[in-house]
Design a protein around this ligand. Structure first.
Ligand code: ATP
Length: 224
């Protein structure tokens, strides 16, 4: 069974009487343990697909099965539960809380899950270790470089042990050298068995993934 199975998915938006086909009959299979880049120009539908894969939105037609569960039929609360348990999001602008240290930022989702301090600590340290940031755990985001902040964000995601890491332009706010370093971290996590899906418009970044899926005008071009 594939981790992600998307079949003939369509998503339209109405804008001032005009219909925009953001996703136009998209089918895509992603296996457990893959490292995939979804690449396309602005407006090609990447974010729309990302939102569907991340259970933030559902398609108009077609089907999406994630880890054996049919997502299309789910209610909002069920989608929220799947998101919390299975998906780790990484965003372009890091989304760290500025008044919390690196450690506390990574810890926060585990507090929301109701874990005790004792349960949280090894998970937080392990996640920070995975991105080589244990030493900087007491720093505030403002005391860290952009690349380090993104690594904290990746650690925050890892601590929750998600089935999939979904990264939306994770290198978009970084210079190209730092961007490649972030991709090296994803590659390392992938070597450890993590499934990673990232969306990007940057060809050089996409090439760092093991598989590139190209997108244009709401359609997949190759690599399916
Ligand atoms: N909520 C919305 N309402 C109307 N149109 C939308 C909405 N969201 C997206 N679209 C349109 O759907 C198409 C695909 O948008 P999408 O954001 O998925 O593209 P993208 O490839 O992620 O672009 P970018 O890289 O600029 O974020 C675009 O034409 C966009 O204008």
């Amino acid at each position: 069974m594939s981790l992600i199975q998307i079949d003939h998915v369509c998503k339209q938006y109405m804008m001032g009487g005009e219909t925009i086909r953001a996703l136009d009959d998209v089918s895509l299979v992603i296996e457990q343990g893959e490292f995939v880049a979804i690449m396309g120009p602005s407006g090609s539908g990447k974010s729309t697909l990302m939102n569907i894969i991340g259970c933030l939105d559902v398609s108009d037609t077609g089907s999406y099965v994630l880890d054996g569960k049919a997502i299309n039929q789910m209610k909002d609360w069920q989608l929220a539960e799947i998101r919390n348990r299975k998906i780790g999001f990484v965003f372009q602008n890091f989304n760290l809380l500025p008044r919390l240290s690196a450690y506390e930022n990574v810890e926060l989702p585990l507090i929301y899950r109701g874990m005790t301090r004792k349960e949280r600590e090894p998970l937080v340290l392990k996640a920070l270790e995975a991105v080589d940031l244990v030493e900087r755990r007491k720093h505030l985001p403002s005391e860290l470089s952009g690349g380090q902040q993104q690594r904290v964000a990746i650690a925050r995601t890892l601590a929750g042990d998600p089935a999939i890491i979904l990264a939306d332009e994770p290198t978009g706010a970084l210079d190209s050298k730092t961007g490649i370093e972030i991709m090296d971290i994803f590659a390392r996590l992938n070597d450890q068995g993590r499934t990673i899906i990232l969306i990007t418009h940057d060809h050089a970044i996409a090439q760092q993934a093991k598989r590139v899926v190209r997108f244009r005008d709401g359609r997949l071009l190759e690599g399916v």
